[in-house]
Write a protein that binds this ligand. Structure first.
Ligand SMILES: Nc1ncnc2c1ncn2[C@@H]1O[C@H](COP(=O)(O)OP(=O)(O)OP(=O)(O)O)[C@@H](O)[C@H]1O
Length: 231
């Protein structure tokens, strides 16, 4: 069980975004996906969710093929995309009910997730009225609404203030205790705080894949490891 990626490739015209990538993630692992801008992190995450179709290779989620059995794999995955697209005109509950209806969720589940992601004090507001950190919580709430086994979070704390970063990180840590998580971030403290394993991408290829302690290895810290391996 878990995620198995074999020889995954994706090109955008002449641009190679993913160049024959292979790795597996075991159930329950919390994996940090790192890499410079344009390394291919979002492309990889979107491929695993089935949001984009790769040009080659295979992705299996709990033995199901993302390409050939998309309904089964989508049920297993919660996704917080980069830039967190939301309907700003909707109230929080209205939006979560809308998402919940599509996924056949019970009404009670909406209150559960509102509580879980710490949205309660703002839950009467329209999404467009929320601060960035609270919008991010709404994105997390929709991602966990169906209680998926796997969470894919693309830069979940991007653009938040230091307090919101810590709070969202705490929510992810809590949720991550019972789930398989793939998390992309440019914040090295976040990787240290949340992840047990680091996969480093550069120019569409994996340049390092190891437990976090091994990744740091002979380097002073994660920043230095990142810099040395990607420049
Ligand atoms: N829709 C698209 N059309 C054309 N090229 C794209 C598209 N999406 C991504 N790319 C290109 O594919 C490569 C990988 O992009 P991707 O967004 O996956 O990188 P990333 O590691 O997530 O970057 P960042 O850290 O900046 O978010 C880049 O060269 C990017 O310009």
């Amino acid at each position: 069980m878990g995620i198995v990626i074999s020889s995954l490739s994706k090109n955008y015209g002449n641009q190679k975004a993913l160049d024959s990538i292979s790795f597996s993630i075991k159930s329950g692992e919390v994996v940090g996906l790192l890499g410079p801008n344009g390394a291919g992190k979002s492309t990889l995450m979107k491929s695993v969710t089935g949001a984009i179709i790769p040009d080659g290779g295979e992705i299996k989620v709990n033995e199901f093929s993302v390409l050939n059995q998309p309904i089964q794999t989508k049920k297993l995955i919660g996704f917080l995309p980069e830039n967190n697209p939301l309907y700003y005109e909707m109230y929080i509950r209205e939006y979560l009910k809308f998402v919940g209806n599509i996924r056949n969720e019970k009404k009670e589940r909406i209150e559960e997730v509102i509580k879980k992601v710490g949205l309660t004090p703002e839950s009467h507001k329209k999404i467009g009225q929320l601060s960035k950190g609270y919008k991010q919580r709404v994105g997390l709430a929709q991602a966990i609404l169906s209680n998926p086994e796997i969470l894919i979070l693309d830069e979940p704390t991007n653009g938040l203030d230091p307090n919101q970063i810590l709070e969202i990180r705490e929510v992810i840590r809590e949720i991550g205790k019972e789930k398989t998580v793939i998390l992309s971030t440019h914040i090295m403290q976040e990787v240290e705080a949340l992840c047990s394993r680091v996969i480093l991408l550069n120019k569409g290829k994996i340049v390092s894949d190891s437990p976090i302690e091994e990744f740091k290895g002979q380097y002073k810290n994660l920043e230095e490891a990142f810099h040395t391996l990607t420049s």
